[in-house]
Design a protein. Sequence first.
Length: 451
Amino acid sequence: MTGFTVALLLVAAAAGLLRWRRPAWYWLTFGVTLAAFRVLVRYASVMDACGLTVPPSRWRLVLARIANRPAPESRPPRILRLRPTRTGLVLRLKLQPGQDAFDIAAASDRLRHSFSMYGVTSREVRSGVVEVRMTGYDVLKRVQMPAKTDTRPMRVPVALREDGAVHYRDYRAIPHALTLGATESGKSVYQRNLVAGLAPMDVALVGIDCKQGVELFPLARRFSALADNPDTAAELLDALVAHMEGVYQLIRTEQRITADVPDAEIAADIWDLPANLRPVPIVVLVDEVAELALFANKEEEKRRDRIITALARLAQLGRAAGIYLEICGQRFGSELGKGITMLRAQLTGRTAHRVNDESSANMAFGDISPDAVLAAIQIPADMRGVAITGDSTGGWSRIRAPHTSLRQAVNTCNRYADLTPDLPALAPFRPALGIPEPADAPAVESIPATT
């Protein structure tokens, strides 16, 4: 056996071991080259087999007949660019006349099998141009976020999409969002990633955790206000509404709508104000929203209506004042009472982890996409952290957040505790971080003397 044969066997064995144990490393070392070669060699035949070709035009047929040549073959979409990525390939195609982006999307599963890729998704870049993203392995099985992400103010990378792209929570683009998930579905980990991503930013965090604060109070050093019961939550939400009204008064004062002011400089929200006058944006995280909507007597019903009304007002009016809602819960349905569906209509972003019933998935995606509802109820129980995300445009995708332990999130919040804004309107709800000293008391109760 020659040295070349031995080296070839060792390389093949290493490739097989990497593909089994470290698919990401295999893709970067061997997979990307093999996949690109396979796509380029098979491209014309695969497109023809998938029905993604168009017959030659009449003038080409006429020219072939005049020149006494064979009839030209059908033409597939033209490859504009083939770009390798850390998780797959990105193929940009120029469609032929008569084709549309839906043709590529409908054939995505056939393209996945034909090119031997793990997943294929497509999106329309512009008229006549479609981008096809192909993943070489299951990127959601072991989530590894890229070292560099496109972070901006109020834009947080929280998860990885199934096509290998980073999923961002962009509050400037999607102000309010709803996150659903059953117990042990990964909803808390998603929330920790969100808080850890917001901690280094110039933003105030406000939390409402009616589970006596077990989820959010460990992160209290980075929160400007926290409530751990419905009564305190009602008062906190009223304070936020009052703060919102004060911000609107500031915007009206600084609108500067004189004739000599350019249109682009007229203030309509906090981001149009000068930096020295701009109020700090606020992200409100509500954990277990159903606890705020439940009631057992008349007094609790009045409190419930007060809470839901305040949430609906913040969802409808809070964006321009820099107040953004992040509503989380295990269950979110119309049976929670009046005002719930009105609140849902204002929550543009939707994320659903594994849910226990179809009605919760319908509440999240029923008004967006029936396919997203089906995908949400098919999430397996052993894939914690996998979720379906979408927005009001109808688009949706499968994501998974990297595992972040509570200790990691606590360390991040403690590291950036000095960035916590002190808002006067929310001062009564600032979490108390001091540790109470033990009271002086005897270790063992004394026995009264007997006479």
